[in-house]
Ligand binder design. Structure first.
Ligand SMILES: [Mn+2]
Length: 349
């Protein structure tokens, strides 16, 4: 199996009153077109965004609709709120069901029917995350390892300085999380250059890829990046990073910080000095199900605790990414959270 997916186009729409529903729908439609969906697919994105945004206003007293293009032929919508939570999820899926003022929309049941993938995680008194993925390639292959993420731009920018990329080569999966220095168009340019190197050279190991990015980004303002590779055959994880992208590895009874080395990829290595590649420290760890890896940029603080979300490991990994985003967002930068998970039930080879 080989493939690539680069996630770089994203929207974060605040939805606190009815007037913002239209903007959420328009962004979802734009994401559909950017993701190569046909007119019908883009219209589905628009419709589901309208439902999710209306839900946020009516039942959650506001929240965010996070949208990104999840590779060619797929769009991801996440409705994220800190509302009262849903006491009876089954009933909320029945068309016309409402606990608040009557809704014009058909609600969550319609979202589930219209989407290629649907997931919902709710905690009473803490809020709800609803995941909807639309498009012909939105239903992922049911391989042993699942990946999901969230990306949002700096609040004053439309260009996204962060990004993440996935590349599959045989039994090996590479995940790269990149944070272009600062934010805005120039940060996005550095991020784009870094992810292009992953697309072009997915066979490199983590340190080799970081070295290529370090050299390739000299014409840009630079970036932070962390790269993780999971070898499904040897069941080993390899991690290397530079700058403020950090990782946490969770295995039964173990919670391990994967810390990137300080520095900026692409930064000048010294005037007049022949370019000498820097050496990158690689962390190796066992990767046997159940295991999960959480990578995030510095738009997310370290003030989150995976134990705050009981049962989230039975949901799509993008749901946990959204919960961490909701509860640990710094709010003054681009932000990315990526969750990689291998579950025992998926690991039969
Ligand atoms: Mn940043």
């Amino acid at each position: 199996m080989s493939g690539r997916m680069m996630v770089t186009e994203a929207w974060d729409i605040t939805v606190s009153d009815e007037s913002q529903v239209h903007g959420a729908a328009a962004a979802a439609s734009a994401a559909g077109l950017a993701g190569g969906l046909d007119a019908k697919g883009a219209a589905t994105c628009e419709l589901l965004a309208t439902e999710l945004a209306t839900n946020l206003v009516r039942h959650a007293v506001g929240g965010h609709l996070l949208i990104h293009v999840a590779g060619p032929g797929a769009v991801q919508l996440l409705a994220v709120d800190r509302g009262p939570g849903i006491a009876d999820v089954a009933s909320s899926m029945i068309d016309g069901y409402t606990t608040g003022p009557p809704s014009l929309g058909a609600g969550l049941g319609a979202c589930r029917r219209g989407a290629a993938q649907f997931d919902l995680y709710t905690q009473i008194g803490r809020g709800t995350v609803v995941l909807v993925r639309v498009g012909p390639s939105a239903a992922e292959p049911s391989g042993p390892t699942q990946v999901g993420g969230v990306i949002t731009p700096h609040p004053d920018e439309s260009a996204v300085g962060d990004g993440f990329g996935l590349a599959w080569e045989g039994d090996r999966m590479t995940v790269a999380v990149v944070d272009g220095l600062g934010h805005g168009v120039e940060a996005a340019e550095a991020r784009r250059a870094a992810l292009e190197l992953l697309e072009q050279q997915p066979a490199l190991d983590t340190a080799g890829l970081l070295r290529e990015i370090d050299v390739g980004l000299r014409v840009t303002r630079g970036a932070a990046a962390a790269i993780a590779q999971i070898d499904g055959w040897s069941r080993q994880l390899s991690f290397a990073g530079m700058g403020n992208v950090t990782g946490r590895l969770f295995r039964p009874g173990a919670d391990q910080m994967l810390v990137s080395r300080p520095g900026i990829l692409g930064a000048n290595h010294g005037v007049g000095v022949a370019a000498r590649p820097r050496l990158h420290r690689v962390v190796a760890a066992d990767w046997a199900a159940p295991a999960s890896l959480i990578l995030h940029t510095d738009g997310i603080t370290s003030r989150w605790n995976a134990g705050d979300y009981p049962g989230a490991d039975r949901h799509h990994p993008a749901v946990l990414a959204a919960l961490i985003w909701r509860d640990a967002l710094r709010g003054n930068d681009d932000a990315t959270v990526v969750v990689v998970r291998t579950s025992p039930e998926n690991s039969v080879r």
